[in-house]
Design a protein around this ligand. Sequence first.
Ligand SMILES: [Zn+2]
Length: 237
Amino acid sequence: MQEQNIALSSVYPTEVDFDEVPDIRYFVIGFLRNNVFMFDTQDGVVVVDPSAVAEKIIDLAKEQFGKPITHIICTHNHSDHVKGIADIKQATGAVVIASQTDSPLIEDPELVRQRIMPLHKACHVDVKVNGGDVIELGQSTWEVIATPGHTSGGICFLLTKYKGKKPTFPILFSGDTLFAGTTGRTDFVGGSDRDMSQSMARLATLPDNTFVLPGHYAFTTIAAERPTTIAFWTSRF
Ligand SMILES: [Zn+2]
Protein backbone atom coordinates (compact mmCIF):
# COMPACT_ATOMS: atom_id res chain seq x y z
CA MET A 1 0.00 0.00 0.00
CA GLN A 2 1.19 3.46 -0.84
CA GLU A 3 0.20 4.61 2.66
CA GLN A 4 3.04 2.59 4.18
CA ASN A 5 5.69 4.64 2.41
CA ILE A 6 4.68 8.15 3.32
CA ALA A 7 7.67 10.31 4.13
CA LEU A 8 7.71 14.02 4.77
CA SER A 9 10.15 16.21 2.82
CA SER A 10 10.94 19.89 3.07
CA VAL A 11 9.27 21.98 0.36
CA TYR A 12 12.44 24.06 -0.02
CA PRO A 13 14.95 23.07 -2.69
CA THR A 14 17.80 24.76 -0.83
CA GLU A 15 18.49 25.64 2.78
CA VAL A 16 16.42 28.50 4.14
CA ASP A 17 16.37 30.35 7.44
CA PHE A 18 13.42 29.20 9.53
CA ASP A 19 13.46 32.51 11.36
CA GLU A 20 12.33 34.03 8.07
CA VAL A 21 9.88 31.50 6.64
CA PRO A 22 8.03 28.58 8.25
CA ASP A 23 9.48 25.08 8.03
CA ILE A 24 6.89 23.59 5.67
CA ARG A 25 7.00 19.88 4.91
CA TYR A 26 4.89 17.80 2.58
CA PHE A 27 4.12 14.36 1.30
CA VAL A 28 2.33 13.04 -1.77
CA ILE A 29 -0.57 10.63 -1.57
CA GLY A 30 -3.23 8.92 -3.65
CA PHE A 31 -3.90 8.19 -7.28
CA LEU A 32 -4.35 11.91 -7.93
CA ARG A 33 -0.95 12.57 -6.32
CA ASN A 34 -2.11 15.16 -3.80
CA ASN A 35 0.47 17.31 -2.04
CA VAL A 36 -0.34 17.46 1.68
CA PHE A 37 1.51 20.22 3.54
CA MET A 38 2.27 20.65 7.25
CA PHE A 39 3.96 23.29 9.36
CA ASP A 40 4.43 24.03 13.03
CA THR A 41 2.89 27.04 14.75
CA GLN A 42 4.45 26.64 18.25
CA ASP A 43 1.06 25.62 19.68
CA GLY A 44 0.45 22.86 17.18
CA VAL A 45 0.61 21.73 13.60
CA VAL A 46 -1.33 23.13 10.63
CA VAL A 47 -2.23 20.72 7.83
CA VAL A 48 -3.15 22.00 4.38
CA ASP A 49 -5.56 19.91 2.28
CA PRO A 50 -5.28 16.61 4.15
CA SER A 51 -6.18 14.29 1.35
CA ALA A 52 -6.61 10.99 3.15
CA VAL A 53 -5.04 8.56 5.65
CA ALA A 54 -6.00 10.67 8.66
CA GLU A 55 -4.23 8.40 11.18
CA LYS A 56 -0.96 8.62 9.29
CA ILE A 57 -1.19 12.40 9.03
CA ILE A 58 -1.81 12.66 12.78
CA ASP A 59 1.19 10.39 13.47
CA LEU A 60 3.44 12.31 11.08
CA ALA A 61 2.60 15.61 12.78
CA LYS A 62 3.54 14.12 16.16
CA GLU A 63 6.67 12.43 14.85
CA GLN A 64 7.98 15.41 12.89
CA PHE A 65 6.99 18.31 15.10
CA GLY A 66 6.24 16.66 18.45
CA LYS A 67 2.84 18.34 18.54
CA PRO A 68 -0.79 17.59 17.75
CA ILE A 69 -2.66 19.00 14.76
CA THR A 70 -4.53 22.14 15.79
CA HIS A 71 -5.65 23.55 12.43
CA ILE A 72 -6.70 22.24 9.03
CA ILE A 73 -6.87 24.64 6.12
CA CYS A 74 -8.72 23.73 2.94
CA THR A 75 -8.19 25.40 -0.43
CA HIS A 76 -11.42 24.02 -1.93
CA ASN A 77 -14.17 21.47 -1.53
CA HIS A 78 -12.95 18.59 -3.71
CA SER A 79 -12.85 15.20 -2.01
CA ASP A 80 -9.21 14.55 -2.83
CA HIS A 81 -8.33 17.63 -0.72
CA VAL A 82 -10.75 17.26 2.19
CA LYS A 83 -11.02 13.50 2.59
CA GLY A 84 -8.98 13.40 5.81
CA ILE A 85 -10.53 16.33 7.63
CA ALA A 86 -13.49 14.63 9.37
CA ASP A 87 -11.32 11.94 10.98
CA ILE A 88 -8.50 14.33 11.89
CA LYS A 89 -10.97 16.73 13.46
CA GLN A 90 -12.63 13.95 15.39
CA ALA A 91 -9.32 12.64 16.71
CA THR A 92 -7.63 15.96 17.51
CA GLY A 93 -10.35 18.61 17.75
CA ALA A 94 -8.50 20.63 15.09
CA VAL A 95 -10.13 23.81 13.84
CA VAL A 96 -11.22 23.53 10.19
CA ILE A 97 -10.81 26.63 8.02
CA ALA A 98 -12.37 26.77 4.53
CA SER A 99 -14.00 29.25 2.21
CA GLN A 100 -17.49 30.48 2.95
CA THR A 101 -18.59 29.63 -0.59
CA ASP A 102 -17.19 26.09 -0.67
CA SER A 103 -18.19 25.20 2.93
CA PRO A 104 -21.65 23.77 2.18
CA LEU A 105 -20.04 21.13 -0.06
CA ILE A 106 -17.70 20.19 2.78
CA GLU A 107 -20.07 20.19 5.73
CA ASP A 108 -23.63 19.53 4.53
CA PRO A 109 -24.20 15.72 4.58
CA GLU A 110 -26.93 15.94 1.95
CA LEU A 111 -24.83 17.99 -0.47
CA VAL A 112 -21.85 15.71 0.11
CA ARG A 113 -24.04 12.66 -0.61
CA GLN A 114 -25.28 14.19 -3.86
CA ARG A 115 -21.79 14.72 -5.25
CA ILE A 116 -20.76 12.80 -8.35
CA MET A 117 -18.01 11.17 -6.29
CA PRO A 118 -19.02 11.43 -2.60
CA LEU A 119 -15.65 10.28 -1.33
CA HIS A 120 -15.43 12.32 1.83
CA LYS A 121 -17.46 12.44 5.05
CA ALA A 122 -19.23 15.70 5.83
CA CYS A 123 -17.23 17.74 8.35
CA HIS A 124 -18.15 20.95 10.16
CA VAL A 125 -16.17 24.02 9.02
CA ASP A 126 -15.34 26.11 12.10
CA VAL A 127 -13.97 29.20 10.39
CA LYS A 128 -15.48 30.29 7.09
CA VAL A 129 -13.28 32.77 5.26
CA ASN A 130 -13.59 35.09 2.29
CA GLY A 131 -11.08 36.82 0.03
CA GLY A 132 -9.22 39.55 1.92
CA ASP A 133 -9.55 37.84 5.32
CA VAL A 134 -6.39 37.47 7.36
CA ILE A 135 -5.74 34.44 9.53
CA GLU A 136 -3.11 34.16 12.22
CA LEU A 137 -1.67 30.71 12.71
CA GLY A 138 0.89 30.92 15.49
CA GLN A 139 3.73 33.11 14.23
CA SER A 140 2.53 33.22 10.65
CA THR A 141 -0.05 35.50 9.09
CA TRP A 142 -1.87 34.36 5.96
CA GLU A 143 -4.05 36.40 3.65
CA VAL A 144 -6.95 34.62 2.00
CA ILE A 145 -7.11 35.29 -1.75
CA ALA A 146 -10.37 34.36 -3.47
CA THR A 147 -9.44 32.45 -6.64
CA PRO A 148 -12.62 30.97 -8.15
CA GLY A 149 -12.36 29.15 -11.47
CA HIS A 150 -11.64 25.55 -10.43
CA THR A 151 -14.44 25.66 -7.82
CA SER A 152 -16.61 28.70 -7.16
CA GLY A 153 -15.18 29.10 -3.65
CA GLY A 154 -11.54 28.22 -4.34
CA ILE A 155 -9.06 30.13 -2.20
CA CYS A 156 -5.31 30.51 -1.93
CA PHE A 157 -3.41 31.31 1.28
CA LEU A 158 -0.57 33.84 1.04
CA LEU A 159 2.06 34.16 3.77
CA THR A 160 2.33 37.89 4.46
CA LYS A 161 4.12 37.92 7.79
CA TYR A 162 6.27 35.53 9.80
CA LYS A 163 7.62 36.11 13.30
CA GLY A 164 6.40 39.68 13.12
CA LYS A 165 8.10 40.64 9.84
CA LYS A 166 7.74 40.28 6.10
CA PRO A 167 8.98 36.82 5.06
CA THR A 168 12.10 36.62 2.86
CA PHE A 169 9.79 35.48 0.07
CA PRO A 170 5.99 35.16 0.02
CA ILE A 171 4.58 31.64 0.04
CA LEU A 172 1.29 30.73 -1.64
CA PHE A 173 -0.74 27.59 -1.02
CA SER A 174 -2.46 27.58 -4.41
CA GLY A 175 -4.64 24.46 -4.14
CA ASP A 176 -5.89 23.48 -7.59
CA THR A 177 -5.92 27.07 -8.87
CA LEU A 178 -2.33 27.39 -10.09
CA PHE A 179 -0.02 24.48 -10.91
CA ALA A 180 3.44 24.45 -12.48
CA GLY A 181 2.64 25.12 -16.13
CA THR A 182 -1.15 25.10 -15.93
CA THR A 183 -4.24 25.71 -13.81
CA GLY A 184 -6.81 23.38 -12.31
CA ARG A 185 -9.65 22.22 -14.53
CA THR A 186 -12.49 24.65 -15.06
CA ASP A 187 -15.03 22.14 -16.39
CA PHE A 188 -16.17 20.65 -13.07
CA VAL A 189 -19.31 21.83 -11.24
CA GLY A 190 -18.64 25.36 -9.98
CA GLY A 191 -15.78 25.91 -12.41
CA SER A 192 -15.58 28.90 -14.75
CA ASP A 193 -13.08 30.05 -17.39
CA ARG A 194 -13.98 33.66 -16.81
CA ASP A 195 -13.44 33.31 -13.05
CA MET A 196 -10.13 31.55 -13.64
CA SER A 197 -9.01 34.40 -15.87
CA GLN A 198 -9.81 36.91 -13.14
CA SER A 199 -8.09 34.77 -10.53
CA MET A 200 -4.93 34.67 -12.65
CA ALA A 201 -5.10 38.47 -12.92
CA ARG A 202 -5.25 38.59 -9.11
CA LEU A 203 -2.27 36.24 -8.73
CA ALA A 204 -0.37 38.32 -11.29
CA THR A 205 -0.24 41.11 -8.69
CA LEU A 206 1.95 38.95 -6.43
CA PRO A 207 5.73 39.43 -6.44
CA ASP A 208 7.83 37.34 -8.83
CA ASN A 209 9.59 35.57 -5.97
CA THR A 210 6.34 34.16 -4.54
CA PHE A 211 6.94 30.46 -3.92
CA VAL A 212 3.85 28.57 -5.11
CA LEU A 213 2.88 25.31 -3.41
CA PRO A 214 0.08 23.69 -5.46
CA GLY A 215 -2.23 20.85 -4.47
CA HIS A 216 -0.66 18.52 -7.05
CA TYR A 217 2.64 18.06 -8.87
CA ALA A 218 5.73 20.30 -8.79
CA PHE A 219 6.18 23.58 -6.96
CA THR A 220 6.63 26.78 -8.94
CA THR A 221 6.94 30.57 -8.63
CA ILE A 222 4.92 33.51 -9.90
CA ALA A 223 7.95 34.48 -12.03
CA ALA A 224 7.83 31.12 -13.83
CA GLU A 225 4.06 31.24 -14.41
CA ARG A 226 3.74 34.92 -15.33
CA PRO A 227 4.81 34.63 -19.01
CA THR A 228 3.05 31.29 -19.53
CA THR A 229 0.03 30.20 -17.48
CA ILE A 230 -0.86 33.64 -16.16
CA ALA A 231 -0.34 35.38 -19.54
CA PHE A 232 -2.48 32.77 -21.30
CA TRP A 233 -5.40 33.09 -18.88
CA THR A 234 -5.33 36.85 -18.43
CA SER A 235 -5.49 37.35 -22.22
CA ARG A 236 -8.53 35.11 -22.70
CA PHE A 237 -11.34 37.54 -21.82
ZN1 LIG B 1 -9.77 20.16 -7.12
